[in-house]
Design a protein. Structure first.
Length: 364
């Protein structure tokens, strides 16, 4: 069986990469998740060989047997992180080791092989280095999507014995169309994202598939995103469909729902907690009910709320809609604490502010 130390990456550059002029046109206004780079990284895992066949190669479709386990039993996990163009022309990643460790935790939860952290990081860096010309300028970045799926051909409920790990990359701009200052959310009490003992803390496709009907409901209600409450009592705010949530009060303190197996441990969530505490702010990880959210917004005790995640970074929540009625947070357009935390976070990510936490990893 191949060991971590023995695993080497072969390079097979794309024979016909996108021309420079066409690439420039595509990344000028890429949107989010619709433009892709020339290459991808793939690594196989088999029961007898372990991790093997690591390649940097042309991005192309996979060939899957109709009986591939992922198509029937949904053994699939993924991650999301970004590569940023720094002001000195270099390229850096933001806390990629946290993504590697969360990927390992997701794999364990879904009974999949655990990819060594060093291999995860090497795969990311290999792709960024070969496709660095695809990183947009300005506020754009290169969104990286590592993922793994079961591809053994069989029918039967058990962990598969063959897997593919891959990384693809997509030049991106703002996650929300128009670069919205504040978004609106639909408070869903009919659908649950996760339950105790489930896969809420894992980043797997099934969690997102289960959230889509609620997200569709949010869109029908004229909202940008959906926010979920807990599955047991249906009153404790947990997270959005793909982002963690924070609340900012009139005394400058922050609150975010605690991790407990039903909430994804976000890298940006952890970074916000750290930055806020470095500022001397009181930050509580406590349960917060939907009823209290409404009451605090009405009284003015709650001044701001924001969502955070790799894709959107930090985004203010201005309005909450629900079957029980709508309410506005603050002036409905964000606030100074949210703006300050976002500016610091983005500044560190892009090298404009000193990285005192050791979060930035330069790769070019």
């Amino acid at each position: 069986m191949t060991t971590e130390q023995e695993l080497s990456f072969s390079r097979r550059p794309h024979a016909a990469p996108v021309a420079a002029s066409e690439r420039a046109s595509r990344i000028a206004d890429p949107g989010f998740g619709r433009v892709f780079t020339d290459h991808m990284v793939t690594i196989r895992w088999t029961l007898d060989r372990g991790w093997c066949d690591a390649e940097v190669r042309a991005r192309e479709p996979f060939q899957l047997d109709p009986a591939s386990a992922v198509l029937h039993y949904a053994q699939e996990i993924f991650e999301g992180l970004k590569a940023y163009r720094m002001k000195d022309g270099g390229v850096a990643l933001f806390r990629p080791e946290r993504n590697a460790r969360r990927f390992q935790a997701s794999a364990e939860r879904l009974a999949m092989p655990v990819l060594p952290e060093s291999v995860f990081l090497r795969a990311i860096i290999e792709l960024v280095q070969i496709d660095a010309d695809w990183i947009p300028g300005g506020e754009g970045s290169l969104y990286l999507r590592p993922f793994m799926f079961a591809n053994e051909a069989f029918l039967g409920v058990r962990p598969a014995s063959e897997y593919v790990f891959a990384v693809i990359a997509s030049p991106v701009g703002a996650y929300f169309k128009g670069g919205k200052k504040a978004v609106s959310v639909w408070l869903s009490k009919d659908y649950s994202r996760a339950a105790p003992g489930g896969t809420g803390a894992a980043k797997c496709g099934g969690n997102y598939a289960a959230s889509l009907i609620a997200q569709a409901e949010a869109i029908r209600q004229g909202c940008d995103q959906v926010v979920f409450v807990d599955a047991a009592e249906r009153r404790w705010v947990e997270e959005l469909g793909g982002m963690n949530i924070f609340f900012v009060f009139d005394d400058g303190s922050l609150l975010t729902p605690p991790l407990g197996g039903t909430i994804l441990p976000g890298v940006i969530r952890d970074s916000v907690l750290t930055l806020a505490r470095r500022e001397g702010r009181i930050v509580r990880e406590e349960r917060y009910s939907a009823e209290q959210w409404r009451a605090d917004a009405a009284s003015g005790k709650l001044r701001e709320a924001f969502a955070c995640g790799t894709a959107a970074v930090v985004t203010s929540i201005g309005e909450v809609r629900s079957a029980d009625g709508d309410f506005t947070i603050g002036n409905g357009d964000g606030g100074p604490v949210t703006d300050s935390l976002k500016a610091k976070l983005v500044g560190i990510q892009r090298g404009d502010i000193a990285d005192n936490e050791g979060w930035v990893r330069k790769v070019i």
